[in-house]
Design a protein around this ligand. Structure first.
Ligand code: ADP
Ligand code: GLC
Length: 487
């Protein structure tokens, strides 16, 4: 039997993306079709989304005279293989100078609480049948931006609809002043420890964790980590209290979009069986980043430049890489101090280090196709996708042993090398010396071509597509529906 799912997200690749959430919200719905799950994705109609949708003729399917301070419409449109519902609210999601969550200065939009409460309230309306002819059986909300969906469903017109909340990153919680509570339109009793109240204010993610029927996060190791004080960011007690309702399901990748044999962004195609095309991609990287030719490995960094991602550790490792014959290419944006430090390193080591700041999807693909190793020294990493793209493209991950990195990379220790199953290099998280030692190990293994090529092949042959994990989500939705009093 077909199950109808409403997916609620603030990003969806290829329409709007700031990170891995968009990749997941863009790929999972497509993979769910094979399991009889029909998905509609609700997301804000940001200007770039509206522009992309215009040619596909969106149709208004619901309207609001006043939604959190302004008129709004729900538009239905089929785009990029997705069945979308776009929340078109000019006052909340219209043209602004900045990103989806923050001003150009990096400060959060002051009305974020209103914008994402609106998205969540509308999700609950859709769950309750606001769009004629379509009723969701289950709702799946992603991250703090959609987490209040669980609260609005519970207190709305279809309170029995099961809600799944996926935590992509516990560090982003959507915390606001208690003064906003009266404007959320929730019953007064919701402002309590069992509801949206969080350390005296309002916590959107916290509310979702409280009200959702099921909580998933994007890897089993991160699911364990967030139940400890060290990784729980204040929510570990609540997560422990939810017991079996919390589980980890590792992310997959869109293996059509990320396929080295048919990737339009590469200089030449290649595959595990015929890796020859990598040479042309390597040359393209050397040219693009103005690197001198060399024998040592080219390390890549493709990342948000933040403390979470351990960028300070990379800045500290630059001299080590160069001194040992390695080269480094960086594509990233974020913290301006990190951007400055990396640009400074490129200036000091012209020809050995290249840095491009900004966001460039095609270049990210080319780097995965042409570099030798990718550095991911995250302090915590719920899942991580760049290591999965690296594995598929033969760019060997050198990564911290945490979260999804620990779940998806097999470290090249003696046992794994002997068994022929190593796919990368893992090191303890958060320590500069450990990263430098891992870089040295990578350079040594790269200098032993037989081993390096075998590791590369092993990674490229592994299947990181969505088949297995989408089956787990589908099974979860069905289990919740079977338990639901409404069914
Ligand atoms: P996170 O979501 O925490 O940023 P992930 O590894 O899950 O980390 O996902 C990051 C995604 O964003 C990947 O698709 C990666 O290729 C992409 N990405 C990160 N920085 C850039 C950039 N500067 N340019 C292009 N793509 C980027
Ligand atoms: C978050 C996490 C990242 C994860 C992504 C998609 O941005 O930081 O680890 O891969 O979400 O789930």
């Amino acid at each position: 039997m077909t199950l109808r799912l409403l997916s609620v997200t603030s990003e969806l690749h290829p329409l709007i993306k700031t990170g891995g959430l968009a990749d997941v919200a863009g790929a999972l719905p497509l993979a769910l079709a094979q399991h009889g799950v029909e998905v509609r994705s609700l997301l804000p109609a940001y200007p770039q989304v509206l522009r992309a949708a215009a040619q596909a003729r969106p149709k208004a399917v619901h309207s609001y005279k006043a939604l959190f301070g302004g008129p709004a419409k729900l538009l239905a449109v089929k785009l990029a293989g997705h069945d979308l519902l776009l929340l078109d609210s000019p006052s909340l999601f219209g043209l602004r100078e900045g990103g989806p969550y923050s001003e150009l200065s990096g400060h959060d939009w002051p009305d974020n609480w209103r914008r994402f409460a609106a998205l969540s309230a509308v999700a609950a309306d859709v769950a309750a049948g606001a769009v004629k002819g379509w009723q969701a059986d289950v709702v799946h909300a992603h991250d703090w931006q959609a987490a209040m969906t669980a609260a609005y469903v519970r207190h709305g017109r279809a309170p029995a609809t099961p809600v799944v909340l996926t935590v992509h990153n516990l560090a982003f919680q959507g915390r606001f002043d208690a003064r906003i509570f009266p404007e959320l339109g929730l019953p007064a009793e919701c402002f309590s420890v069992e509801g949206v109240e969080y350390y005296g204010g309002v916590g959107f993610l916290k509310a979702g964790l409280q009200y959702a029927d099921s909580i998933t996060t994007v890897s089993p190791t991160y699911a364990d980590e967030i139940r400890t004080p060290a990784f729980g960011m204040g929510l570990d007690g609540l997560l422990r209290g939810r017991g079996d309702a919390v589980q980890g399901i590792v992310n997959g990748i869109d293996s059509r979009e990320w396929d080295p044999a048919a990737d339009p962004h590469l200089a030449a195609p290649f595959s595990a069986r015929s890796p020859g095309g990598r040479v042309a991609n390597r040359r393209a990287i050397e040219k693009r980043f103005a690197l001198k030719r060399g024998k040592g490995p080219i390390f890549a960094l493709i990342s948000r430049l933040t403390w979470q991602k351990g960028i300070d550790l990379i800045v500290d490792s630059v001299e080590h890489i160069v001194a040992h014959g390695g080269r480094l290419v960086v594509l990233g944006s974020g913290d301006s101090a990190f951007e400055g430090a990396l640009l400074g390193a490129a200036h000091r080591h012209r020809g050995q280090i290249g840095v491009i700041t900004g966001y460039d999807e095609p270049l990210a693909h080319l780097m995965q196709g042409g570099c030798d190793a990718i550095l991911i020294p995250s302090r915590f990493e719920p899942c991580g996708l760049t290591q999965l793209y690296g594995l598929r493209y033969g760019t060997i991950p050198v990564a911290a042993r945490t979260g999804g990195l620990a779940d998806t990379i097999i470290d090249a220790n003696e046992a794994a090398l002997t068994a022929g199953c190593a796919t990368g290099i893992l090191h303890p998280a958060g320590a500069g010396d450990a990263l430098k030692a891992a870089i040295s190990r990578a350079i040594a293994l790269h200098g032993t071509p037989g081993i390096w090529q075998a590791m590369r092949r092993q990674g490229m042959r592994a299947d990181f597509g969505w088949d297995r994990s989408s089956a787990r989500y589908a099974a979860l939705y069905r289990a919740l529906l079977d338990r639901s009093p409404a069914s």
